[in-house]
Ligand binder design. Structure first.
Ligand SMILES: Cc1cc2nc3c(=O)[nH]c(=O)nc-3n(C[C@H](O)[C@H](O)[C@H](O)COP(=O)(O)O)c2cc1C
Length: 245
């Protein structure tokens, strides 16, 4: 796949806050950067607006059919078609309790039909996907996620492990944005713009090379505040909340 092959970008916004999501600001900055290099069309979909029924666990999609889900009367067939047709699929969401938000998990469970049937294999030693995709296409998969904690490392370990098992190491790109909500709440336009500009430039780099250099990747993970300053902000925030200011 080359940069010129990027024609369609689909973004699934998994924050319950829809367009008021902090994460979506970072995602938009990154996507705008990709578009600068590729001119791709962009579609944003709010997961909270979709009708998605939970997986019934019947495993029909792995047994009786080749990847067909028995649930036909919700939005999964529509979104699955869009995922299959796009060149870059982006999931954008906040970290909830060290994992993806519940609605996102319900959506992810329904994607089981896109994976190959489990045949008793043990975990692959080389970091490949546990199952493998049923009909793989040359496309990119990116997860952009924000959280409140200062360190991205320990808090994201369970989520990274989950995506490694599902997609295989190296088959997806996960971008982290720690301390994001506080940055947005402070309304310091200059600081916000500087932070978003990093993601915008990184998006342009991704649009051009379809990957990020280690240097860029490390830069994006850096929290906007020092540990000391962040503790003060949090202390003020919770005090104000308690006092109803
Ligand atoms: C139910 C819930 C669980 C959360 N769990 C975590 C967590 O485990 N680690 C963390 O750093 N932040 C956690 N957060 C904070 C959000 O991830 C953070 O505020 C995020 O930036 C909000 O993004 P959004 O505005 O796009 O929804 C949690 C927030 C909620 C509401």
């Amino acid at each position: 796949m080359k940069s010129a092959d990027i024609k369609k970008i689909l973004i699934l916004n998994g924050s319950p806050k829809r367009e008021h999501s902090s994460t979506i600001n970072v995602t938009k900055a990154f996507v705008d950067g990709i578009v600068k290099e590729t001119n791709a069309s962009v579609e944003y979909i709010n997961l909270a607006d979709l009708n998605i029924k939970p997986c019934t666990g019947c495993l029909s999609c792995w047994g009786r059919t080749e990847g067909e889900c028995v649930i036909k009367n919700d939005d999964i067939p529509m979104i699955k078609k869009k995922i299959e047709e796009c060149d870059i699929f982006i999931e954008s969401y906040p970290l909830f309790f060290f994992g993806m938000p519940g609605t996102m998990k319900v959506f992810t469970d329904r994607m089981l039909s896109m994976m190959k049937t489990y045949m008793g294999q043990k975990s692959p030693e080389n970091g490949e996907s546990f199952h493998g995709i049923r009909n793989p296409r040359d496309q990119k998969f990116i997860v952009i996620t924000s959280c409140a904690y200062t360190e991205y490392g320990p808090v994201y370990e369970p989520l990274i492990k989950q995506y490694d098992c599902i997609c295989g190491k190296g088959n997806y790109l996960m971008l982290f944005s720690p301390q994001l909500k506080t940055l947005m709440d402070l309304n310091n336009e200059a600081k916000i713009n500087k932070y978003l500009a990093k993601f915008n430039e990184a998006g342009a780099e991704f649009g051009k090379n379809l990957e990020l250099s280690n240097e860029t990747y490390e830069l994006l993970k850096k929290p906007p505040f020092t540990e000391g300053a962040y503790k003060i902000f949090l202390n003020n925030f919770w005090t104000n909340e308690r006092e109803g200011r």
